[in-house]
Design a protein around this ligand. Structure first.
Ligand SMILES: [Zn+2]
Length: 223
């Protein structure tokens, strides 16, 4: 029986790289994608294409559009504008309150259901926007919590969260992904959610800079 991994797949660059890594590690991948009412909802369609590219046996798309009822983020509240990249150290308005805690909880539940031993999440603590739920301390603490909270944790006691991009810069992530033939042409990163990427939001800026530093060409189209 092959070992299984749940991969939190947004359809963006990092999570798609995680699909490539998990696949390369020999896992049978069970991607899970969250529709949380994000402004850039079309990323769900990109996630579907990535899942199909990797011939995932099953792709769960979970409806979390009720997160809009919590609001508090430019990504889930249409009345808050997505700012251009500013390089500020403050946690930006694109932060979605407790998002990765919610995502990992659900990914853990799914891992239990499909019998996966690991959960992949594409967080990085290097080229990121200062989101607290991307820090390694959080991933570590969540691993402990998940093992305390689940049957899989009690019976096997070692459901792992793997965050292989934690210490990689965007350029390093892209270089690794290109070696693994990750289909970046199928991914999307822009927060604004228009058909064509804006090139100026945090997410576009990190991506563009990453490709430049990796000495590679970003295959997607910008405005
Ligand atoms: Zn953008």
């Amino acid at each position: 029986m092959s070992k299984k991994a749940v991969v939190i797949l947004s359809g963006g660059l990092d999570s798609t790289t995680c699909m490539g890594i998990a696949q390369n590690e020999g896992y049978e991948c069970y991607p899970i994608t969250f529709d949380y009412g994000q402004r850039h909802k079309h990323e769900v369609e990109h996630a579907k294409q990535v899942a199909a590219f990797y011939k995932a046996p099953q792709h769960r798309i979970v409806d979390l559009t009720f997160l809009g009822q919590i609001g508090g983020s430019a990504l889930t509240d249409a009345s808050i504008d997505v700012p251009d990249y500013s390089g500020s150290e403050d946690i930006p308005v694109t932060y979605v309150p407790a998002r990765n805690m919610i995502f990992l909880s659900l990914a853990a539940a799914y891992a239990e259901v499909v019998g996966a031993e690991v959960i992949y999440i594409g967080v990085s603590a290097v080229d990121y926007s200062g989101y607290p739920d991307c820090r390694p301390e959080f991933i570590q603490s969540m691993t402990q919590t998940i093992n305390l909270a689940t049957r899989a944790g009690v019976n096997e006691g070692n459901l792992k969260i793997l965050a292989p991009l934690t210490h990689l810069s965007k350029a390093e992530t892209i270089k690794l992904g290109l070696e693994l033939n990750v289909p970046y042409q199928l991914t999307t990163s822009c927060y604004r959610g228009d058909e064509v990427a804006c090139g100026t939001c945090d997410s576009c800026q990190f991506r563009l800079k990453g490709f430049e530093e990796a000495g590679a060409k970003d295959p997607i189209v910008y405005r």
